[in-house]
Design a protein around this ligand. Sequence first.
Ligand code: MV4
Length: 449
Amino acid sequence: MFQRILVANRGEIALRIFRACRELGVETVAVYSEADRGAAYLQLADEAYCIGSAKPSESYLRIDRIISAAEIGNVQAIHPGYGFLAENAHFADVCRSCNIEFIGPTTESMRLLGDKNSARQIAKKVGVPVVPGSEGLIRDEAEAVRIAHQIGFPVLIKASAGGGGRGMRLALNDLALKSAFQQAQAEAEAAFGSGEVYIEKYIEHPRHVEVQILADQHGNVVHLWERDCTIQRRHQKLIEESPSPVLRPQVRQAICEAAVRLAKAAGYTNAGTVEFLVDKNQNFYFIEVNARIQVEHPVTEMITGMDLIKAQIRIAAGEPLPFQQEQIQARGAAIECRINAEDPKRNFRPSPGKIEHLIVPGGFGVRFDSHVHAGYTVPPHYDSMIGKLIVHQPTRQEAIACMRRALQELRIEGIPTTIPLHQEILAHTAFMSGDVDTTFVERTWPAEA
Ligand code: MV4
């Protein structure tokens, strides 16, 4: 096992990783920007180094400074958390060239899966269903039109280097497709340095279902069941849950097995997520792989009883998975609400500032993962998520009741948050019955003009 690791991240996920390390007997080195200087969570690391100013490009994204901190701190590994450098294959490469283990997949599988077209090709090869679309990359307008006629409109043009909803364009007819193709290419070139695009049929009213996988360095790959992340707004997830409230048992088994096949084919190691769209007939289609730990990992931890951060660290240290697929049982239902410093009454405008009062809920089946406390000032420079409220109960109905109770107990005063929106969603009949798709939040709570 590693003696000491550096956490190349901030906020709640940095704290989550410090906690896992403490339990494993692994020492931790924190890095922080000037905006995070003095934050209480940093005291839970064994050492902390300032790596620059508030701007991410001058601190949490500075590979040179993070590697310097790792050298000075004398660590054997770096955990990247999520966001920032977590899916940067170049960073993983630099870490390993410096003889520091990157706690994540190999550089090669990060590159293979980071390219959405190449991930799609691997999926096809091993019989994982993908959305009907182009054979591979699209060269010109004429080819785009030809494929759109084969599969039928509407179609989505997707940037191969995109992902998470970035670099996508919808086209409803020939004329729109021609300009969408040009725009998508130009935008992808500007945003990602690669203008490569491909085409998929547009799946209407999908659900978003993702499968958690763990893979060790000895060829063992397991899934830890699915998470349903259909409740989102503008590609930002708001609520995640497991199990999915809709999947029939056979479909659930098939989607989880498909995720394992894909991970094996890509030579994947460590923790990862395979994302799917599920249509109204429960056909599922692979869309992309997230080669990192995700925000919503606690939902899976609650239903399986497995600590995913500890698993990541053990896998990176070369340990074999201590369990087989059959031993991973899903128990009960878990739900997570992301608590964001955003004002739902003002179009979700970020609301950084000082938390004057805070009451954290507790009781049976309640977990609050957050680095904030009364007197903490949410800095304006980063993602607005300030915590995650997670509940675990025997049934979904009980989990919903528990979450509503925990949200009532949770008091954050001083800044507006997404707590009131969560209360409305959890009380909505469509949410309770599971009758939602990825447009539910935007349709039910439309943005004001
Ligand atoms: C799609 C789609 C419909 N059809 N692909 C958005 C995020 C990225 N992971 C893929 N996304 C989508 N791809 C086809 N062929 C609809 C979405 C999509 C979406 C997917 C999951 C969760 C929320 C979403 C919101 C809007 C669009």
